[in-house]
Design a protein around this ligand. Structure first.
Ligand code: SF4
Length: 335
């Protein structure tokens, strides 16, 4: 299968300015040298605590912010080498469904105008031509076509999320970012929305990036997962392998809340304490060392590389990786 999305050595540093001349005094390293690929038809789960860089990464992929360095290749084309027109065309193929349909749907607009907006703005369709398409989209997400003439508040939370999905589907995208797709709806609707998303993916050969704090959602949906900590990718690869045997202490700690369901080595599971440190001056060496229960001296001085472990997983941790080379180098430097 070919890649729909390739993220290559992506960095996004936000400058911090201070003083009368607004001099740049520091940078927030929100995303720091992240690379990953998503194949067509795949579901990537993006996990990590708030402040780990997930949103900045996705906003860069959505082309809402420019990266400091690196490249994003979508469907074979480098996004930062496109002309304005080409970029506008490409935006049709990447859509987002936001976390909270209460806020993402304009309460003053009829559903037909909410779903029809991208058809009008990006495909130039008039309101007469738009209506049959809007009705078709409503039925596609399991809502009656009569809903087109109602307002968002006339629907339940789950139904509103269906409207948001219908809007994202309007331009027949190739990639949809699902930002906490079920966090603001009831449990029964959550299961129905996940089923709907899976069915739509199969029917329209879609690719998803799922951002979720709910690891059961990621476990249910994702083929591959990317675990981020303080702007870095710390574990990345096949979802089943990682859920069965998380190797990075941060991934293990994230899974701690659900150890008996998803992991084999329960006794090896760590509890995550404290908060994510500031991304302005991230800790030297391994960025997780200030919270890691397995931290060693080497972790405070040497940043672990993301290295392949087996066929389908990469991990950035000195516990897992072969650190003989670093130790030999340290011994040489001492003499
Ligand atoms: Fe913990 Fe060291 Fe691995 Fe970082 S490199 S996760 S501090 S053991």
């Amino acid at each position: 299968m070919s890649n729909i999305l390739e993220i290559k050595n992506l960095k996004k540093y936000f400058p911090l300015k201070s003083g009368f001349f607004q001099k740049v005094t520091a940078h927030v390293k929100a995303v720091d040298d992240v690379s990953m690929e998503i194949e067509k038809g795949e579901i990537l789960g993006l996990v990590g605590e708030s402040g780990c860089g997930k949103t900045t990464l996705v906003n860069t992929v959505l082309n809402l912010i420019e990266p400091t360095a690196g490249e994003v290749v979508f469907d074979g084309k480098s996004m930062y080498k496109l002309s304005k027109n080409e970029l506008r065309d490409m935006r049709k193929y990447i859509q987002i469904v936001f976390q909270d349909p209460f806020w993402s749907l304009n309460p003053r607009m009829l559903v037909k105008d909410i779903i029809g907006e991208p058809l009008n703005v990006q495909a130039g369709m008039n309101s007469v031509d738009m209506l049959p398409k809007v009705e078709e989209l409503l039925e596609m997400v399991g809502l009656p076509k009569e809903g087109a003439f109602k307002y968002p508040h006339e629907f339940s939370g789950g139904q509103r999320q269906r409207i948001a999905i219908a809007r994202a589907l309007a331009l027949m995208p190739k990639l949809i970012v699902l930002d906490e797709p079920t966090s603001s709806i009831d449990v029964v609707s959550q299961a129905q929305i996940l089923d709907l998303l899976n069915n739509l993916k199969e029917k329209f050969d879609l690719t998803y990036i799922v951002i979720s704090h709910d690891l059961s959602v990621v476990n249910y949906m994702a083929d591959k997962i990317a675990v981020m900590y303080l702007g870095k990718l710390v574990e990345y690869g096949d979802s089943r392998t990682i859920f069965k045997n998380p190797r990075h202490p941060y991934t293990k700690a994230l899974f701690d809340a659900i150890p008996d369901v998803y992991t084999e080595n329960i006794e090896d599971i760590a509890t995550l304490e404290g908060n994510v440190p500031s991304a302005i001056n991230p800790p030297k060496g391994c960025r997780f060392h200030t919270r890691c229960p397995k931290s060693m001296d080497i972790c405070k001085t040497h940043e672990p590389e993301l290295i392949k472990q087996g066929d389908d997983v990469k991990v950035a941790c000195h516990l897992v990786n072969d650190i003989r080379g670093i130790k030999e180098e340290e011994a040489r430097n001492k003499h």
